[in-house]
Write a protein that binds this ligand. Structure first.
Ligand SMILES: C[S@@+](CC[C@H](N)C(=O)[O-])C[C@H]1O[C@@H](n2cnc3c(N)ncnc32)[C@H](O)[C@@H]1O
Length: 372
């Protein structure tokens, strides 16, 4: 069986590594998209364990096509009753370097072909039960090769289900996990986030450190497919529970100037079952300047950029404090995601590397300073 999996731009290398570690063969990868081969249990395993990807699609059909009849015929070869039992159907599409380019027409033809197949050509209007979750079909045409894809995840995987509240500029869960994995930091060393907001980076760090499957908090689309063997999911869930290492000691420190955000972060950590592994504190980042050469370990943080936050922050002074903190603690490795461009020109010792990333559509730079 073939699967397509999507992720945020910049996280493809982490995603590829995770799929290979899960035991699957990567067939091809391109920006934000990886195609891999796996058995039926991959649906449960990947959805449950994935940290950085967004949606997992099962490929139901693939063929080179050059006209609308070819598209209609390809869709009609699929046994739709396996997946659709009165559910509303949403069809989305993308086309690149292909003869069929109009996405509204692709969507309409695909929907017509599905309805004709299910109703055996009798009527053109499928009775839809809106109390059921919608099924998402994604049609991806690349260089005339058309893939008909079924979303097995439902809502994007970055929605883990533990964040009941956030601040104004939260980072999404998959990106936070991606930063931690991209950083290559050792999970045995202390981790700090001095701008923790709703706690996403610290919570993801605790989930990774304890090896808790990030999909344990939510439901997935595939759980409603009548013909999917649900024991595959319960087996994966049991296997994932056995792999949790709660007894290992880790230091994760998360602070923020705003007491309201710390309260939200603590509640979110409680929802994820990791509140006792994170030391939360209300603290202005300036307070860390009173000591020198004391902080050891890693900082992975998402300071304010000023773009989405309403309150007026003197960003220049704030980033000077960050730079001073790094200079005073040369034993720290740090990874900062920001779209505050002048940070790139601030004088700092050590080697700094940068990778482009996107946070909620905003172009950011992930700055890294490692001790190596
Ligand atoms: C971009 S948000 C972080 C969002 C966080 N990653 C999340 O997932 O919710 C920046 C955070 O920096 C905090 N902040 C602003 N100035 C600060 C300061 N001087 N010291 C510590 N925290 C500060 C804000 O309260 C805000 O929560």
């Amino acid at each position: 069986m073939h699967y397509f999996i999507t992720c945020a731009a910049g996280l493809e290398s982490v995603l590829k590594k995770e799929i290979e570690l899960a035991g699957y063969k990567v067939m091809s990868n391109q920006p934000t998209l990886i195609r891999f081969q796996g058995d039926l249990s991959a649906i449960a395993k990947v959805n449950l364990r994935s940290r950085v990807w967004n949606k997992l699609f099962l490929e139901l059909g693939q063929k080179k096509i050059s006209d609308w009849d070819g598209l209609f015929d390809l869709v009609s070869t699929i046994d739709w009753e396996k997946y659709v039992q009165g559910n509303p159907i949403n069809v989305t599409a993308a086309s690149r370097k292909s003869q069929l380019t109009s996405t509204p027409t692709i969507q309409s033809i695909v929907k017509k072909s599905i309805v004709k197949k299910i109703l055996h050509g009798d009527k053109w209007q499928l009775p839809e039960d809106h109390s059921k979750e919608a099924i998402e079909i994604f049609v991806f045409i690349d260089s005339d090769v058309c893939s008909i894809l079924l979303n097995t995840t439902g809502e994007s995987l970055h929605k883990r289900g533990y964040k009941k509240a956030t601040g104004e500029a939260p980072i999404n869960e998959a990106l936070a996990a991606g930063l931690l994995l991209l950083s290559g930091r050792k999970f045995s060393e202390p981790l700090y986030d001095f701008f923790c907001g709703s706690g996403t980076i610290a919570i993801e760090a605790a989930l990774i450190a304890k090896n808790i499957a990030p999909g344990s908090f939510r439901k997935f689309s595939f759980q409603q497919f009548d013909r999917y063997d649900q024991s595959l999911f319960s087996n994966e869930l049991e296997a994932a529970k056995k792999k949790i290492f709660l007894e290992k000691q880790h230091t994760i420190i998360a602070s923020d100037i705003d007491p309201e955000m710390i309260k939200i972060a603590q509640d979110n950590a409680k929802n994820a079952g990791v509140e006792k592994y994170i030391a939360f504190a209300v603290k202005d980042v300036k307070e860390y300047l009173v000591t020198s050469n004391e902080l050891r370990g890693a900082i992975v943080s998402n300071p304010p950029y000023g773009l989405r936050l309403n309150n007026i922050i003197d960003l220049e002074s704030l980033y000077r404090v960050i730079a001073e903190l790094f200079e005073k603690n040369p034993q720290l490795h740090w990874w900062i995601i920001t779209s505050y461009k002048p940070f790139a020109d601030m004088k700092l010792s050590g080697n700094r590397k940068r990778s482009p990333l996107y946070n909620g559509g905003e172009e950011c730079i992930f700055f890294k300073k490692s001790l190596l």
